[in-house]
Design a protein around this ligand. Structure first.
Ligand SMILES: NC(=O)c1ccc[n+]([C@@H]2O[C@H](COP(=O)([O-])OP(=O)(O)OC[C@H]3O[C@@H](n4cnc5c(N)ncnc54)[C@H](OP(=O)(O)O)[C@@H]3O)[C@@H](O)[C@H]2O)c1
Length: 233
C-alpha cells in the first residue's frame, strides 16, 4: 500500500486540468515534493510544485526529466490529448499523433521512471485512462485510451514483483480545457483527483470516478448491443 504522506510524486501535464488538481491534492495529503510537468514549465503556477519540462512523445525530453527527478516514488501519467480522429475520414497521421501522446508517451515515461521508483524502494504508478477506454465513441481517442488501459493491465503484472503497485483511472467528462466545447454534465477535477489518490492509498487496481464509468464497465459483459443501442434501433 502506498502512502501519499512523505512521497515524492511526478504528475505529467500537471499545470492545468486534472493534473493541477492532482498536484494540489498530493500536497494536501502530505506529499514531500511534487514535480508538475508541462511542455512549457513556465505554465506551472502552483506555488509549491517543482516545474519540469516534458514532452511525453520525445524520448530525449523524457530522459532529461527522469535525470532531474531521481527521487520520485509515485508516478502519475496524466498528460493526454484529445484529437478524436475519425477512422474513415481523418488523416491517419492524426490517429498516430493521438497514440504518440496517449499510448507511447506514458509508455516512455513509465520505462524511464520504473528504475527510479525501484531504487527509491518501490511505490506507485497511476495511469489516467477514460470511460472511452471501454466504448468506441471518439475514434482515435477511444482507441488510444483502450490501448493504454491494456498497457496498464500488462504493466500491473510486470511491476507487482518489482514493488510498484498500479492503478488505472476511468472517468467520463471532467470540467477542463479538454472538454471546453462540450455541453454536458461534468465532474470536477478536484473530485476526480481525490478519488484517484484514494485509489493509490488503498491499493485499488482501478478507480471508476463517476456513474458513467461504472455503467459502461458493467455493460462490457452484457454484449455489444448493451453499449451500442444505436446498432439495434
Ligand atoms: N477532461 C475530461 O473529460 C477527461 C475525461 C477522461 C479522461 N481524461 C484524461 O485526463 C487527462 C488530463 O486531461 P485534462 O482533462 O486535464 O486535459 P487538459 O486540461 O487539456 O490538460 C491536458 C494536459 O496534458 C498535457 N499534454 C498534452 N499533450 C502533451 C504532450 N505531448 N506532452 C506532454 N504533456 C502533454 C498538457 O500539457 P501542456 O500544459 O504542456 O499543454 C496538459 O497539462 C488526459 O489524459 C485526458 O485524456 C480527461
Amino acid at each position: 500500500m502506498t502512502r501519499i504522506e512523505g512521497s515524492v510524486a511526478l504528475v505529467t501535464g500537471g499545470s492545468r486540468g486534472i493534473g493541477r488538481a492532482l498536484v494540489e491534492a498530493l500536497y494536501e495529503r502530505g506529499a514531500k515534493k511534487v514535480y508538475a510537468t508541462a511542455r512549457d514549465p513556465r505554465t506551472v503556477t502552483h506555488p509549491d510544485a517543482v516545474p519540469l519540462a516534458l514532452e511525453v512523445s520525445d524520448p530525449a525530453s523524457v530522459a532529461a526529466a527522469a535525470e532531474l527527478a531521481q527521487d520520485v516514488t509515485v508516478l502519475i501519467n496524466n498528460a493526454g490529448a484529445s484529437v478524436n480522429a475519425n477512422f474513415l475520414d481523418s488523416p491517419v497521421d492524426d490517429v498516430r499523433r493521438e497514440f504518440e501522446t496517449n499510448f507511447y508517451g506514458p509508455l516512455l515515461v513509465t520505462r524511464a521512471f520504473v528504475p527510479v521508483i525501484e531504487r527509491n524502494g518501490g511505490g506507485h504508478l497511476l495511469n489516467v485512462h477514460s470511460v472511452l477506454s471501454w466504448i468506441g465513441l471518439a475514434g482515435s481517442y477511444s482507441a488510444s485510451k483502450a490501448a493504454f488501459w491494456s498497457q496498464t493491465n500488462s504493466l500491473r503484472l510486470d511491476l507487482k514483483p518489482r514493488g510498484i503497485d498500479v492503478t488505472g483511472l476511468h472517468v467520463g467528462y471532467v470540467d477542463t480545457d479538454l472538454t471546453a466545447g462540450i455541453d454536458a454534465p461534468k465532474s470536477t477535477p478536484e473530485g476526480v483527483a481525490a478519488q484517484a489518490l484514494d485509489g493509490i492509498e488503498t491499493g485499488a487496481f482501478e478507480v471508476l470516478a463517476d456513474d458513467l464509468s461504472r455503467q459502461v464497465k458493467a455493460g462490457l459483459s452484457a454484449g455489444v448491443e448493451a453499449l451500442y443501442p444505436q446498432l439495434t434501433a
